[in-house]
Every structure is written in C-alpha cells, then in structure tokens.
Design a protein around this ligand. Sequence first.
Ligand code: 5GP
Length: 193
Amino acid sequence: MLLLKEKIINEGVVVNNSILKVDAFLNHQIDPELMMELGREFSQRFAGKNVTKILTIESSGIAVALTTALFFHVPVVFARKQKSSIMNENSYSTQVFSFTKNTTNNVSVLKKFLPPNENILILDDFLANGEAAMGLAELVRQAGSRVVGIGIVIEKSFQPGRRRLLEAGYQVEALARIKAFENGRILFADDNE
Ligand code: 5GP
C-alpha cells in the first residue's frame, strides 16, 4: 500500500536491524486519516469472509481495528495484557512472548465478548515472529470460533511470523512488507516475495 510505505519512509525510524519505530503515526501519535485508509484496505482484502468480529491486542492494534470495524459494521474486541497469569473462569487466556520487550504476557479476553461460532478477523500493528497473532488465534480456538484472516499493518518479512501463520493455514494480509533494514534504510518486499 503506497500511502503506508510513504509514511514509513518519511516518518519511520529504524532503531536497529530488526526494529522499526512508527510512533509518529501508529504507536504513540495516531494519524486518523491514515487509519481510515488502512481500515478501508483491510475491509477490501477480507471482503467476502463474512467477518462478524475483529480481535486485536492492546494497545497499538486498537486504532486500525476500529477503523476496519467501521467498514465491516462489526464490534472490536481487544485482548488485554497482564504480567501475571491469574486464571479466571470468565476469561480465555494464553501466553504471548513479546519480542520487542523480551517479556511474556498473559493475554486474555472475557468469554462473553468472544462467543462461539463467530468469524473472527485478527488484526495487529506489526508481524515479527507471529507470537501475538498465534496467541490471538489460540483465544479464538478456545472460544470455538473461526479465524477468517489475519491482517497486519507492517510485516517484517525477514522474521518468521508470516511463514508460521501460513503454515497454520491462515490467510495473511500485510499492508506493508519490509524485507530488510540496511544501514538505516528500509527495503520493502515485493508483494509476491
Ligand atoms: P510478534 O508477536 O509477531 O513476534 O511481534 C509483533 C508484536 O510485537 C506487535 O504486536 C508489536 O507490538 C511488536 N513489534 C514487533 N516488531 C516490532 C517493531 O519493529 N516495531 C514496533 N513498534 N513493534 C514491534
């Protein structure tokens, strides 16, 4: 998606050879017009999937999940992160390792907001090792619902997340795919790479 690539080039900051900072438009300050366009794009890519609910993880997935949900006219649920794994009979929960923070979070969602037999679209800001997306898919499995697709704003194709998700059988749609950071420069993957 050209608009997003331009935004990444103009405002993204390469932190090291595996981390990109996009706090100017996605992770701290949020660009609402861009979020609308990302939502429109996701709604087109997952059209025909009969999405009934969108599931994301707090906090950076929420903005794009909301604009996507406006196009589908469905609710958004965001899984909450907790440091400790307090089991709660009212919640589904799983463990997610954070590659950027080097910590494991317990991620949970209240059962009443994730009922069975829903068609769930999972959305997140970044795809690196696929931990967050696999964790969200696990919550959907626990609920007895279906994952109809996984949408990612920025995929780092040099990390194994996409392969993991494809191997698990999911449709993955990433709006920008980065194949490498080279001397502070961002190299994008072609869509067929
Ligand atoms: P994964 O779970 O696929 O290993 O990593 C994705 C999660 O880690 C995302 O939810 C995002 O919060 C965070 N993340 C991974 N890589 C990056 C990155 O390069 N920049 C930022 N800002 N967050 C990242």
